[in-house]
Design a protein around this ligand. Structure first.
Ligand code: ZN
Length: 434
C-alpha cells in the first residue's frame, strides 16, 4: 500500500525542528520512501492542506498497567495482594494482556509510535509487544523491560518488581528477564515519593553499589541496557557508579556525577507528568498527605536541576510520562513536552526534537525512527496546527502511522475529570521550592 501525503509542512527533527513548508511524503509498506516534491502514483493520495508532519513521538518511560485515574488498588493492602495473586493465574494474565494492549493502543492514538515500558506485570509487556510486531494487534513499537528488579522494600516491591538482597539472585533475575526476551533491564536503585518514610527525604537509597554493579555488569554482558529508577542524589551516585545507562526521573548533578555521566555515556530521562499534578493540584484530588506532597516537590526540583545541568553540559536528556502513575494517563505525552519546555527552558521545537530523535538516540533506535527521512520506518504523526508554535497542537492527531497502519483522526478516550484537573494547573505559578 503506497500512500502519498501532499502539501504538508514537515518538522525536520534532524535540523532542530525547522519547518519544511509545502513538502510531500510518500510511504510504502510501513517505510518512508520519499520526502520532497513527489508526483509518483500511489494507492491513496491525501491532501494535507498545510497540516504538520512530524515523526511519531517516543514515550521513553511508561507503565501500561494503569489508566492514570487515581486508584487505591495498588497502594498496598489486601486488595493489592488479591490482584497480584489473580495475575498469576492464566485468567488474570489474559485480563492483564488486554489492559496492556488497550493502553498501548491509547498511546498510539495519541501520536506516540514508540514506547519504552519499564515495569509491568508477569511479562504481559513482552506478549503484547510480540503480537504488535507480528501484526496481530495494532499498537506502537514497544521496548519492554518485563518486571523491574530491586531489593526487598524497594520501589515496585509487591507489584511490578522482583526482589532480593542476595547478589546471585539479583543476577539470576537479569538472566530470567533476558531469557524471556526483554529489550532492557529496569532496576530501582532508590525508592519513590509514596514509599519515603519521612518528609524531605524522597528517593531513599535501596540498592547498594555492589548489587547495582552486579546487575548492570550481567545485563551488559547479555547486551542489554539498564534503566534505573533514581530519585535522589545519593541514588544517582550509586546508579552511575554501578553503570546504569539511563537515569529515570533524575536528581541534581554534582561535578563528579557529571563526569561519570559523560564517561559512561549515560543519559537522563525526565518524567514531569507525575510531578506536576501531584505537586500542584489540591490534596483532595491527589490524595497525598503533606509528607508526600513535599517529597514530590523535592523530586521535581531535583529533576529540573539535573535536567538543566545535563542540557548545559551536553548530557543527553530524554523524556517520558510515567503513564499509570496517579494522574498520568496513556494519552498525554504532549503535556510532558509542555512541562519539559516550561521547566527546562526549551523551545517547543526543541521539546519535539527531544521526544523524537533525542529519545530515539538514547534508546539506540535512531537509525529506524525519530525523523521523517527516506529509509526510516513510517512512524508518523500529522496534526492540523504548527506544534513548534504551540505544543497543544499535538493534542488531537489528524493521522498516526505506525507499523504499516494508518489511523485517521483516532478517537481518544480521555478521562474528562482528569483532563479538567490537568488543564487547571497554572504552570507560570508552579514552584517546586519547599
Ligand atoms: Zn516509572
Amino acid at each position: 500500500m503506497k500512500i502519498l501525503f501532499k502539501n504538508g509542512n514537515i518538522i525536520d527533527t534532524e535540523q532542530g525542528g525547522t519547518v519544511l513548508r509545502g513538502t510531500d511524503l510518500l510511504v510504502h509498506n510501513g517505510k518512508i520512501e520519499a520526502v520532497g516534491k513527489i508526483s509518483e502514483a500511489a494507492d491513496r493520495i491525501i491532501d494535507l492542506n498545510g497540516a504538520y508532519i512530524l515523526p511519531g513521538l517516543i514515550n521513553a518511560h511508561v507503565h501500561l498497567f494503569g489508566s492514570g485515574k487515581p486508584a487505591k488498588a495498588l497502594s498496598g493492602g489486601a486488595m493489592q495482594k488479591f490482584l497480584m495473586l489473580l495475575l498469576k493465574t492464566p485468567f488474570g494474565a489474559k485480563i492483564m494482556d488486554k489492559i496492556i494492549a488497550g493502553n498501548a493502543l491509547a498511546q498510539l492514538k495519541s501520536g506516540v509510535t514508540t514506547i519504552r515500558a519499564v515495569g509491568d506485570f508477569c511479562y504481559s509487556d513482552i506478549r503484547v509487544r510480540d503480537k504488535i510486531k507480528a501484526g496481530r494487534l495494532i499498537g506502537p513499537r514497544m521496548l519492554v523491560s518485563g518486571p523491574a528488579i530491586t531489593v526487598t522494600g524497594g520501589h515496585g516491591d509487591g507489584t511490578f518488581a522482583m526482589t532480593s538482597e542476595d547478589i546471585p539472585t539479583l543476577v539470576s533475575f537479569v538472566e530470567k528477564n533476558a531469557k524471556a526476551g526483554v529489550d532492557l533491564i529496569k532496576i530501582c536503585v532508590t525508592g519513590g515519593v509514596m514509599d519515603a518514610k519521612e518528609a524531605g527525604h524522597p528517593g531513599e537509597l535501596k540498592m547498594n553499589l555492589q548489587q547495582t554493579k552486579a546487575v548492570c555488569d550481567r545485563a551488559h554482558e547479555l547486551g542489554l541496557r539498564v534503566a534505573s529508577h533514581t530519585e535522589s542524589e545519593e541514588g544517582l551516585e550509586v546508579a552511575l557508579q554501578g553503570g546504569v545507562d539511563t537515569v529515570e526521573h533524575g536528581a541534581a548533578i554534582n561535578t563528579e556525577m557529571l563526569n561519570i555521566y559523560k564517561k559512561n555515556r549515560a543519559s537522563m530521562i525526565v518524567t514531569f507528568s507525575p510531578c506536576v499534578p501531584l505537586a500542584f493540584l489540591p490534596p483532595e484530588i491527589t490524595k497525598l498527605d503533606s509528607k508526600a506532597t513535599v517529597n514530590t516537590k523535592i523530586v521535581g526540583k531535583g529533576m529540573i536541576d539535573g535536567a538543566c545541568m545535563a542540557l548545559e553540559s551536553g548530557i543527553a536528556v530524554g523524556c517520558g510520562t510515567d503513564a499509570s502513575c496517579p494522574l498520568c494517563t496513556q494519552y498525554n505525552t504532549w503535556r510532558e513536552l509542555v512541562y519539559l519546555s516550561h521547566f527546562c527552558g526549551l523551545s517547543p521545537a526543541q521539546a519535539i526534537c527531544t521526544a523524537t530523535l533525542g529519545n530515539a538516540q538514547i534508546l539506540g533506535i535512531d537509525s529506524i525512527t525519530g525523523s521523517v527521512a527516506a529509509g526510516k520506518d513510517a512512524d508518523i504523526l500529522i496534526v492540523r496546527n504548527n506544534p513548534t508554535k504551540d505544543l497543544s497542537a499535538l493534542r488531537d492527531p489528524l493521522y498516526v502511522l505506525a507499523n504499516g497502519n494508518l489511523l485517521e483522526q483516532p478517537k481518544q478516550n480521555r478521562l474528562s475529570k482528569v483532563e479538567q484537573w490537568l488543564d487547571s494547573i497554572q504552570l507560570d505559578k508552579a514552584d517546586f521550592t519547599v
